[in-house]
Design a protein around this ligand. Sequence first.
Ligand SMILES: [Zn+2]
Length: 448
Amino acid sequence: MLKSSGSETSSTGTPAADTAVDTPVGTTVGAVADTAVTSTASTPDLTPAERVRYARHLTLPGFGVPGQLALRSARVLAVGAGGLGSPALQYLAAAGVGRITVIDDDVVDVSNLQRQTIHGSSNLGQLKVDSAAATMRDINPLITVNTVSERLTVENVATLVAGADLVLDGTDNFSTRYLLNDVCVALGVPYVWAAIFQFDAQLSVFAAEHGPCLRCVFPSPPPQGSVPSCAEGGVLGVLPGLVGTTQAFEAIKILASFGEPLVGTMGVFDGLSGQWEYVPVAQRPGCVCSPSARTSVAEALARSVEESGADSAAACAFPATSHSTPSHSTSQTPHSEDPETTQIPEASAVQLIAGEFEDSIVLDVRTAAERAAGCIPGSEHIPLDHILTLDLSSAESLGLESSRPVLLYCAAGMRSMTAAQHLAALGFERVTSLRGGIAAYWEALAAS
Ligand SMILES: [Zn+2]
């Protein structure tokens, strides 16, 4: 539910594409300048407390009091209070962005703290939005923070985006990104996007009337299971710190109308070499953002529902590009050629530790590099890409007997499910996937 720290009240309720379409839309990059100018004329001056707090901003050339007043009247929707959201939310709050709505349905877990620095050990088990809001209010009590402890869905997205001047995307799953992109396009709200994976990142600002959108670069979400998740592929903790901070910088430039936002350009960061590369991105003919094919909010929501089968998992690598944007760091895992899926039972790590699978073949489907970092004792190893090439006889020649039960595991439970489906299709009758993967196993061991 939505809570408010100040007099501001709002509701996510049922949205409503129809009402949202009629709602005054958020500002575009170009319109922000006008808004800033008019708001400066009609808004009271900064208070003495604000002049003290923002003193380092007020002497900045091209920013000054007008820039600070523009931030004060700005409304930002921040989706996700995780790795990217952690630095972004802290800097947006510190900078004096007047109204920040944070949506996230997750709770703080110890494995988040390696990178999600807005939370601390004392926040374990709390809703991330509550933990993040407490930090933001501590940093700057002059702003209003609204929290929404829900997932962003087709039910609430239109209302939330329509109430924002800018959307900052700190999510880690494709369906949310495409939903946000399409609704931002439909409502004309600038969308500050980023994706991170392992040591690398991509970042851009999509502002429909001034440049391309996410679908111009990546036309559709990748197939489920074709891209490893952050949990599976890993991410260096400092990377979202860097990238989320850069997103906040872009947001502040747009809201206060100075500098040049990263519109029509994609920043590609190669962390291992420490280099940023900037790739021009053009509007794709026929894209949802092009004037001839511009879609409504209702159409955007319908498309999201249609595509939702393509991705239900968190994945933080990069989807395939439509043209020459580099994706050199993408490390995609193969996906099954057989789209038919079988309902695979899942087991918990607690069941495994309790000895319920002593008669099973315990099979690690991760890469050799992942396995070298630690594995479940007694497990066998066949990487997912190899498993997907097996037929029944080649599987049995590797010691996988279709009559024996098999418990498969990976890093977080996604690839093991894909592998289990392949084995089931070959005729294995008793395949089970370890829910939460080896991460859940380590957690259960640590707790026992
Ligand atoms: Zn587009």
